[in-house]
Design a binder for this molecule. Structure first.
Ligand code: PSV
Ligand code: MN
Length: 423
């Protein structure tokens, strides 16, 4: 073992093999086959957001641009392709059609067919376009998008959503992700029932007119930009809306969009139990919001545990599986470090969820031995599963530590030089 450039321990092939074998023996005692866990980790993929690579996200540091930020959507895909090359786990990029139009047409004139060149470019890089978001928060939506009182605003955004649906159907994976900046700042500002009715009717029209192969995931957020109320404040509103539309509509759980203390894994469990179409936007929430890189915390482990035991993640039947996306973009950090770190954290959390001694957990649950059951979960959470991830990477000839490999690659220096004129 030696210390890498980034201060994280680096292990040789031999050391990784030894650590993997030791962990394998310990897991075998619990009846867990480490090679099967490794196979699942090897197959894990997650979408990365196009917006993490661009200039978006300065927030109150407006004017600050992350060094080397991509200047257009093609450079965003170049960066995503490097992330995929280092991790083998990020073959798709989520896009926002308002930000990522290759022709940069005015908002109302964005054409679905423009995205063909992006799809072709992505394919050459070994990537695909993943989920597609209409961009409801760009222009003229300060007073709502699909819930607005003004029918002209709703009409324009219904058509914009249908353009996004066409992009999803023709050039991507056929999944729309919808987030609305709709809400209000003061009691009385908005008639909450009318706003919900407007949004529901707009969604109905989109659902009925979008191509039959397209599915939509409705995202909720309990605050921002509405500080008094948001029209889709929680998963119950999102799932009510989805159910009212039909089985091609579902719920998107963004981890950063909950108040503190919310039991998000229970929401995940309920969606699985009720067979709701769903997906996750992964990120870390500190005081608020969805901007930070994913960390392998206890809640993320518990969420993965629900996805594993609910036979969702890794399920080869696409209709049973969920969509997994990273949604993060914080102001000041190196974005590529952040996304690589997020992918790493997801793999660690998934691996921990795969090594829970489920027989013992069930036994203690049936016997109502509360703390003993809880300790079964903790035992998996506290296990260092990195040898599994290292071994999976080693077998695929990938760098053992993608962040370290990135720092050493010279890619950051290259993009900072090439993109120095970005504003
Ligand atoms: C909103 O906070 C959100 O989570 C939505 O998913 C958007 O699509 C994304 O962030 C980018 O703004
Ligand atoms: Mn999100």
């Amino acid at each position: 073992m030696r210390e890498g450039e980034t201060g994280v321990a680096e292990y040789s092939r031999e050391e990784i093999t030894v650590r993997y074998d030791v962990l394998g023996k310990n897991l075998a005692e619990k009846g867990i086959d480490i090679d099967k866990v490794k196979e699942k980790i090897s197959k894990f993929t997650v979408e990365v957001p196009s917006w993490i690579f661009g200039v978006f996200g300065g927030g109150r540091f407006s004017g600050y641009v992350s060094p080397g930020a991509a200047r257009d959507v093609f450079e965003k895909f170049d960066d995503a392709s490097f992330v995929h090359k280092l991790t083998g786990a990020a073959p798709r990029v989520s896009i926002h059609i308002g930000w990522d139009d290759p022709d940069q047409a005015p908002f109302d004139e964005i054409q679905a067919d423009s995205f063909k060149k992006l799809r072709d470019y992505a394919q050459k890089l070994g990537l695909g376009i993943g989920t597609v978001s209409p961009t409801y928060f760009l222009e003229g939506t300060h007073f709502g998008s699909l819930s607005a009182n003004d029918p002209k605003v709703r009409r324009s955004l219904i058509e914009h959503s249908l353009t996004a649906a066409e992009v999803a159907s023709n050039y991507a994976t056929g999944v729309l992700t919808l987030w609305f900046p709709d809400g209000s700042l003061y009691p009385g500002q908005v008639n909450m029932r009318r706003a919900e009715r407007n949004l529901k009717n707009s969604l109905k029209e989109i659902y009925q007119r979008m191509p039959e192969t397209v599915r939509m995931l409705i995202e909720y957020k309990f605050f921002e930009p509405g500080t008094y109320h948001t029209v889709i404040s929680d998963y119950a509103v999102a799932s009510d809306l989805a159910r009212s539309l039909g089985n091609r509509a579902g719920v998107l759980v963004d981890l950063g969009h909950h108040p503190h203390g919310v039991n998000v894994e229970h929401i995940v469990a309920r969606l699985i139990e009720n067979k709701v179409l769903a997906g996750v936007h992964f990120n870390s929430r500190y005081a608020a919001d969805d901007d930070h890189a994913v960390e392998p915390n206890m809640q993320l482990f518990r969420i993965f545990h629900e996805l594993v035991t609910g036979s969702v993640i890794g399920n080869p039947k696409a209709e049973k599986n969920w969509e997994y996306m990273i949604d993060q973009c914080s102001a000041l950090e190196n974005r590529i470090h952040a996304v690589l770190h997020s992918i790493d954290s997801l793999m660690v959390s998934y691996a921990k969820a795969l090594i829970v001694d489920e027989d013992k957990l069930l036994k203690y649950q049936n016997e109502n031995r509360i703390i003993l059951a809880n300790r079964v979960l903790l035992d998996a959470y506290l296990t260092d599963v990195r040898p599994i991830i290292y071994m999976a990477r080693m077998e695929k000839h990938l760098p053992i530590d993608p962040v370290e490999a990135y720092v050493r690659s010279g890619y950051q220096e290259k993009i900072e030089k090439e993109r120095a004129n970005v504003k």
